[in-house]
Design a protein around this ligand. Structure first.
Ligand SMILES: *[C@@H]1O[C@H](CO)[C@@H](O)[C@H](O)[C@H]1NC(C)=O
Ligand SMILES: [Zn+2]
Length: 239
C-alpha cells in the first residue's frame, strides 16, 4: 500500500488523532508510544510483497475468499469448552521479543475460552515469523499458518493481539456487513485501486454493535464477547 493510500485509509477510519499503542503488555493507560495500532500495521506493511486484503489479511490458497462458511475455519473446542491454539515462535526473535508475544497471547486467556499453547506435534498451528510486515490469515487455514510479526515494527502487545484475532476468525469492523448503519465511507476520497479494501463482507456480527473502540483497544469488551460467542463459550462471556 502506498503511503498516501494508507494515510487515506487512516483518515477514513477516523484515526487521524494519535492513539496510544501499548508496549510490553503494561498498563493500558501508560502510553509510552503515541502511534496507534492501525497506523503502525499499515506503515509496516508498505514493504510487503504479499497481497494483503484490508491492509493485513493474507488471502488463503485453500479458499478463494477470506470468508468462511464452515466450522473448519475455526479452532477446535475440547470437552472442557476451551479452544486450544498451538503456536511456535521463530528463533529469529530475541528472548524478550518472544516474551512480549507470549504475554500478548496470555492476555486472551483470562477473558476468553482461547488457550494458546506451545505446539507439540499438532497438525494445525500458528507459526509466528519475522517477515516484512504485520499480517495474518483469517481464521484457521489448516496445517502451519503464519502470523508475520516483523521484529522492528510489529512486536507490540496490541499489534500481536490484533493479528491473532484475525487468526481466530475475526475481520475488521469497517468491512462488516452492517457497517453502513454505523459509519459513512467517503468513496470520493478513495483511490479506486484501493476501494476493494472497503468492500463490505458477509460477516457474522453476532448481534454485537459496531465496535468503534476496536481500533484503539487491542482486546475490547466486544472483542472478548465475540470470541466467546463465536466459540460458544458462555461461562466467561462478560468481563
Ligand atoms: C482443554 O484444553 C485446555 C487448554 O489447552 C487443557 O488445559 C485442558 O486439559 C483440555 N481439556 C480436556 C478435557 O482435554
Ligand atoms: Zn487487521
Amino acid at each position: 500500500m502506498t503511503p498516501s493510500a494508507s494515510l487515506l485509509l487512516l483518515l477514513l477510519l477516523g484515526l487521524s488523532q494519535a492513539l496510544p499503542l501499548q508496549e510490553e503488555g503494561g498498563k493500558e493507560d501508560e502510553a509510552p508510544d503515541i502511534v496507534d495500532i492501525t497506523t503502525r500495521i499499515l506503515t509496516s506493511n508498505e514493504g510487503s510483497d504479499e497481497i494483503l486484503l484490508e491492509g493485513d489479511l493474507l488471502a488463503p490458497r485453500t479458499r478463494n475468499a477470506i470468508i468462511c462458511y464452515t466450522q473448519n475455519c475455526f479452532w477446535k473446542k475440547n470437552s472442557s469448552g476451551l479452544v486450544t491454539v498451538p503456536f511456535t515462535v521463530s528463533r529469529e526473535f530475541t528472548r524478550s521479543e518472544k516474551q512480549v508475544i507470549v504475554n500478548a497471547l496470555q492476555g486472551f486467556h483470562s477473558k476468553t475460552c482461547i488457550r494458546f499453547v506451545p505446539r507439540n506435534n499438532e497438525i494445525d498451528y500458528i507459526s509466528v515469523e519475522n517477515k516484512v510486515g504485520c499480517y495474518s490469515y483469517f481464521g484457521k487455514v489448516g496445517g502451519r499458518q503464519m502470523v508475520s510479526l516483523q521484529r522492528q515494527s510489529c512486536v507490540y502487545y496490541g499489534i500481536i493481539q490484533h493479528e491473532f484475532k484475525h487468526a481466530l476468525g475475526f475481520r475488521h469492523e469497517h468491512t462488516r456487513s452492517d457497517r453502513d448503519d454505523y459509519v459513512k465511507i467517503n468513496w470520493a476520497n478513495i483511490d479506486p485501486q484501493m476501494a476493494y479494501n472497503f468492500d463490505k463482507q458477509v460477516t457474522n456480527n453476532q448481534n454485537t454493535p459496531y465496535d468503534y473502540t476496536s481500533i484503539i483497544q487491542s482486546l475490547s469488551y466486544w472483542d472478548i464477547t465475540r470470541i466467546n460467542k463465536l466459540y460458544s463459550y458462555y461461562k466467561l462471556s462478560s468481563l
